[in-house]
Design a protein around this ligand. Structure first.
Ligand code: 5GP
Length: 205
C-alpha cells in the first residue's frame, strides 16, 4: 500500500534496444504503487502507438514552447528528435506517493540525477552484447542498417553505466527476475534512512 504521507520514488530505467525494457516496465506497471511517465517527443508515432499513452506527440515548435515555459523536468535531443519528461505530471505523481518510472536514455538520466539527487537510476542490460545482437536480429523487424545503428548507439551508451546506481541483467525468458529485482531495489530504497531521516517526528504525529 502506498503511504500517503511519504512522497514517491523517482525511478529512472535505461537500457539499450533488446534489453527488454518494454516487457519489464509493463509488468511493473501492473503494480498499484507505480506510475509511468508519458514522455513528450517530436518523433512521429510508430504503428500502434497512441498519443497520450506511448508518448505525447508534439511538433518541434510546441516542444520548444514547453521548454521555454519551463514545463520539462528534463529533455534531450536524441537521433534528431526531442524527448522530454513533462514536469507537472511527474511532480503530482510523486507528491501523491507513487513511484514514478521514467524510461529515458543516458543523457536524460544524468540530467535527472543532477536535478533530483534522490532519484534512483537503474540500467537494464541484455546478458551481453552478443545476446543483444542475436535478439535484435531475431526480431526480424528491422533493417540491417537500423540494427547496426542501434548496436553503434549501444557502444556509446554502455560506458555511462558508471553513472547509474544499479545494473540489472535481463536473461532470456527470465524477465520476471528483472522485474522482481527492480521491485526489491525500490522497496529497499524507500526504506533507506536517507529518505526517512524524519522518522522520529513522523512517528509521534
Ligand atoms: P524511441 O524513439 O525508441 O521510443 O526512444 C528513443 C530513446 O529515447 C530511448 O532510449 C528512450 O529511453 C528515450 N526516451 C524516451 N522518452 C524520453 C524522455 O522523456 N527523456 C529522455 N531523455 N529520453 C527519453
Amino acid at each position: 500500500m502506498t503511504d500517503n504521507k511519504k512522497s514517491g520514488l523517482l525511478v529512472v530505467v535505461s537500457g539499450p534496444a533488446g534489453s527488454g525494457k518494454g516487457t519489464v516496465l509493463s509488468s511493473l506497471m501492473q503494480d498499484d504503487d507505480y506510475r509511468y511517465s508519458v514522455s513528450a517527443t517530436t518523433r512521429g508515432p510508430r504503428p500502434g502507438e497512441i498519443d497520450g499513452v506511448n508518448y505525447h506527440f508534439l511538433t518541434r515548435e510546441a516542444f520548444e514552447a514547453r521548454i521555454a515555459a519551463g514545463e520539462m523536468l528534463e529533455y534531450t535531443e536524441y537521433c534528431g528528435n526531442y524527448y522530454g519528461t513533462p514536469k507537472r505530471e511527474a511532480e503530482e505523481v510523486l507528491r501523491n506517493g507513487y513511484n514514478l518510472l521514467l524510461e529515458i536514455e543516458v543523457a536524460g538520466a544524468a540530467n535527472v540525477k543532477r536535478l533530483y539527487p534522490d532519484a534512483v537510476l537503474i540500467m537494464l542490460l541484455p546478458p551481453s552484447f552478443t545476446v543483444q545482437e542475436a535478439r535484435l536480429r531475431g526480431r526480424g523487424t528491422e533493417t540491417e542498417e537500423k540494427i547496426l545503428a542501434r548496436l553503434a548507439q549501444t557502444r556509446e551508451e554502455i560506458p555511462h553505466v558508471t553513472e547509474y546506481d544499479y545494473v540489472i541483467y535481463n536473461y532470456d525468458g527470465r524477465a520476471d527476475e528483472a522485474v522482481a529485482d527492480i521491485r526489491a531495489i525500490v522497496r529497499a530504497e524507500r526504506a533507506a534512512l536517507c529518505r526517512n531521516a524524519d522518522a522520529a517526528t513522523r512517528y509521534f504525529q
